[in-house]
Ligand binder design. Structure first.
Ligand SMILES: [Zn+2]
Length: 106
């Protein structure tokens, strides 16, 4: 536990104190609101961005397999089905990422 100077009255206050005991100036709560919350939201948003980015990459891979497989031997081709499955699952992943980002930033 350390002592810090109150920015308002310059009295020495414990850094654990929520507000200055002599003038009532809020100490910790302001730090927590201005420093912690935006960082947490930013990190969560970043995570969802990665989910969306990876999904888009897999959608492209899936569609590529799907169309090349389709040109090759049509729907009988294993590649076509695999490509379709990858693209479809990635689309769900993309929507989950989109929804997750919206949910975080509500
Ligand atoms: Zn004070």
């Amino acid at each position: 536990m350390a002592l810090i100077k109150c920015p308002e009255c310059e009295n020495e206050v414990s850094d654990q104190a929520l507000s200055c005991p002599s003038c009532g100036h809020p100490l910790q709560s302001i730090d927590q609101i201005t420093q912690q919350s935006p960082v947490t939201i930013e990190q969560t948003t970043k995570k969802w961005k990665v989910v969306k980015l990876v999904s888009v990459i897999f959608i492209i891979i899936g569609l590529f397999l799907f169309f090349t497989g389709l040109q090759d031997r049509g729907f009988e081709n294993f590649k076509t089905g695999l490509g379709f499955t990858i693209a479809f699952l990635s689309l769900i992943g993309f929507l989950v990422g989109k929804f997750g980002a919206w949910w975080t930033n509500r």
